[in-house]
Design a protein around this ligand. Structure first.
Ligand code: MF3
Ligand code: CO
Length: 251
């Protein structure tokens, strides 16, 4: 069942999203060769606490951290750790912020120092793919149009779309209906409706889209060891079209 949100609920989630967006902008300033994802995790915990919010991922299905920190070939759900990031790495920081009971979810990939041209291109294509997906959230469109837009854009650039993890509805809990695949067919799936709130969070790979699970049962990495990136926004469907609740441009 898809739970539609009132304008009031959407504006509370937007507040959580604004805080999350500003947290990502602070993280962008911190990321450099030598910093650890453990330090980013500690920064996020402190930042959310200072702003009266809490990290919703901590304790979710037994996950232990405020952030997921996925480096290089890690696709998602990497654990923060104490080894320093190195020049040329990429790291995706993903978190869910709870502000007064309202949630917002956003992941962002960061380049560490100077990147190989191919890695630079991966980040650009992945971010552009997210915005192609958001553009497809036009009134009257269906969920399948989002995945179709992302997949056709990404594959035309020579990259691949991860199938094993998808976007999701979000409300009073992290994962609700609808499922939002980043691949698929035009005109398929449920119709977009005012009041829907969901994430679009394409994970895009340089090589194969196949992933494998680490022994820790959380962290997925690319099967071929090539790099993977991810950008994620929480989106509300309004009478005026998609509203990005975690937009960093406006905070
Ligand atoms: N933020 C993630 C998402 O985009 C959810 C992470 S699952 C957790 O769906 F267990 F790590 F919280
Ligand atoms: Co997320």
């Amino acid at each position: 069942m898809i739970i539609l949100k009132s304008n009031r609920e959407i504006s509370s989630m937007h507040e959580a999203g604004r805080l999350l967006a500003s947290c990502h902008k602070e993280i962008a300033k911190l990321v450099a060769p030598g910093i650890t994802t453990w330090e980013i995790e500690e920064f996020v915990n402190g930042y959310l606490q200072k702003h009266g919010a809490s990290p919703e991922q901590k304790g979710y299905k037994g996950y232990k951290y405020a952030t997921c920190a996925s480096v290089n070939d890690e696709v998602c759900h990497g654990f923060p750790r104490k080894s320093p990031l190195r020049n040329g790495d990429i790291v995706t920081i993903d978190m869910v912020v709870n502000l007064n009971g309202a949630l917002a979810d956003s992941a962002w990939s960061y380049g560490v120092g100077s990147l190989q041209p191919e890695t630079e291109e991966l980040l650009k294509v992945t971010k552009d793919a997210l915005y192609e997906g958001i553009k497809a959230c036009k009134p009257g469109n269906r969920i399948g149009d989002i995945g179709y837009a992302i997949q056709t854009f990404t594959e035309a650039k020579g990259f691949s779309v991860v199938r094993d993890f998808i976007g999701h509805g979000i409300g009073s809990v992290i994962h609700e209906k609808p499922d939002v695949p980043h691949f698929g067919q035009e005109g398929k799936g449920v119709r977009l409706k005012e009041g829907m709130v969901f994430t679009i969070e394409p994970m895009i790979n340089i090589g194969t889209f196949h992933t494998r699970m680490d022994a820790n049962k959380w962290t997925a990495r690319t099967l071929d060891g090539k790099y993977s990136a991810q950008y994620e926004h929480t989106i509300a469907i309004t009478s005026n079209g998609p509203l990005i609740l975690t937009d960093q441009e406006v905070v």
